[in-house]
Write a protein that binds this ligand. Structure first.
Ligand SMILES: Cc1cc2nc3c(=O)[nH]c(=O)nc-3n(C[C@H](O)[C@H](O)[C@H](O)COP(=O)(O)OP(=O)(O)OC[C@H]3O[C@@H](n4cnc5c(N)ncnc54)[C@H](O)[C@@H]3O)c2cc1C
Length: 446
């Protein structure tokens, strides 16, 4: 099979080189963000155009090769690389083109959040996305996409107007609410199961800046801080979003205001008085700074695991589990994070997109971070156990994008039986051989 894949790629006469072991850039391009995903693909291609993506998809399909599709490379379980198969690395397809008249932006399938923000924010526009600038627009959008602007403008998929996608057949098609609408429903939450998106078109929203408050509280105050944060977060306007991170450094609270700046202090300041001992304050931070402030903490090549889920609210029980888990975190950088949802996220009906979980008040993550391979087992175990304790079975849905584990139950549990069947039927029609299976996989089923 290996020779046949390389033969098929050679015969396809791609415009880009086929990178194999021994190539000077092989080691650089085979790596993705998570250091634990240390895999050795047979070949890596880095297309610059849609035609090359089509040719590479056809070559993999022809040979039945394992195929990984890489956008920003942030897949937690390492699904954007593989051993022995083909990686289609989209990182050269990352143009960002704004149409001022239509108030839309076209974004290449391999663009990063930073590429999008740097193009839109200085022009007074925003597309709601995530919170770390080196995350890929591709994977983030296809799973849903949540961040600081979600309460105001919805998930990233709620601003998606259409997408250009290379199917398992090698055909390229457009999908939108009026063209291939079932596919459009599926890619808004269904992940990379249905093809390679080479271009996303998003609605732009007006954006005039933010004020942010950041405080760190001593861990001994965790119980008081988190219950007060929960009470204060309730009933806030859509211009407001709060997140917290519990770590060995304490409880880090970040509150962001994106409305009338004259009202920012009244909305944000109470989050600096949740308990005694807060350090920090309000800042007129640029949005680009906010988006890159944690880039280093989540640097490439460190070792990561995550298990996440939804809460309707922060329960007393969850607070106790957070305190308990942090007391025996295996490394200094292990953390538990949560970001407020609600607001515009809930405006879209749950059945309008594959994404499931619009009723959630918060999204949480148990995320161990470490550097030494010898810590793999205990860090992953801590992440899993903590994640199980924090899970709230009473709330429907889950977010496929931030799960460090894989397996057929992940997608089934995330979408629920009805949506999963609908996705599986479309998968059977568009990708019956499950070529796009390195994702939180939806198995083809009529
Ligand atoms: C540090 C960090 C911060 C994060 N922060 C947030 C956040 O704030 N909000 C949030 O919602 N999520 C967040 N995530 C989760 C993130 O959305 C997922 O990890 C997502 O998969 C990243 O996309 P990527 O393109 O970088 O990933 P990749 O590893 O490149 O791809 C992941 C999956 O998406 C598929 N894929 C990627 N691009 C394409 C494409 N163009 N066409 C078809 N399939 C594609 C791949 O097949 C693969 O299975 C974060 C993740 C990390 C690691």
């Amino acid at each position: 099979m290996s020779n046949s894949l390389l033969d098929a790629l050679t015969a396809a006469e791609l415009h880009c080189p086929v990178i194999v072991a021994g190539h000077p850039d092989y080691d650089r391009y085979r790596r993705i963000w998570n250091g634990i995903a240390d895999r050795r693909p047979l070949a890596i291609v880095r297309p610059q155009d849609v035609e090359d993506v089509q040719k590479a998809v056809c070559a993999a399909a022809l040979c039945g090769a394992l195929l990984a599709v890489r956008g920003g490379g942030h897949s937690l379980p390492g699904l954007s690389t593989c051993n022995d198969g083909l990686v289609i690395d989209l990182s050269l397809i990352r143009s960002v083109v704004i149409d001022n008249h239509a108030q839309t932006v076209d974004v290449g399938g391999g663009a990063l959040l930073g590429d999008l923000d740097r193009a839109t924010i200085p022009k007074g526009y925003i597309v709601p996305a995530g919170v770390i600038s080196h995350t890929g627009i591709g994977g983030l959008t296809l799973g849903g996409g949540m961040g600081w602007a979600s309460r105001k403008y919805g998930l990233t998929i709620d601003s998606l107007l259409g997408a250009e996608i290379v199917l398992a057949s090698g055909d390229v098609t457009w999908t939108s609410p009026t063209w291939n609408p079932e596919l459009f429903w599926a890619i808004r939450g269904g992940g990379g199961n249905f093809g390679v998106v080479t271009r996303f078109r998003f609605q732009l929203h007006p954006f005039s800046g933010i004020v942010a408050g950041q405080w760190i509280y001593p861990m001994e105050q965790a119980r008081k801080v988190l219950s007060a944060l929960r009470d204060l977060a309730r009933g806030q306007s859509r211009d407001f979003t709060v997140s917290f991170t519990a770590s060995q450094s304490g409880i880090n609270v970040t509150a962001v205001w994106s409305g009338d700046t004259g009202l920012a202090s009244a909305a944000l300041s109470p989050f600096g008085a949740l308990a005694d001992g807060a350090r920090g304050g309000l800042e007129n931070l640029s949005y680009l700074t906010l988006q890159s402030r944690n880039d280093v903490a989540f640097a490439w090549s460190r070792r990561y695991y995550a298990k996440g889920g939804f809460w309707s609210d922060i329960s007393d029980q969850a607070i106790e589990h957070i305190i308990g888990a942090m007391a025996h975190a295996p490394t200094f950088d292990c953390e538990i994070y949560a970001i407020q949802l609600g607001g515009a996220v809930g405006d879209m009906a749950d059945d309008a997109t594959a994404y499931t979980g619009r009723d959630a008040g918060f999204y949480w993550l148990s995320e161990p971070i470490w550097d030494d391979i010898a810590d793999d087992d205990r860090c992953i175990e801590w992440g899993r156990t903590t994640g199980r304790l924090l899970s709230d079975p009473s709330i429907a849905g889950n977010y496929v994008n931030e799960q460090g584990d894989t397996g057929s139950n992940i997608a089934r549990d995330a979408y629920g039986p009805e949506k999963y069947q609908r996705l599986a039927r479309l998968k059977a029609r568009l990708d019956p051989a499950n070529l796009f299976r390195l994702n939180q996989n939806i198995e083809p089923q009529e």
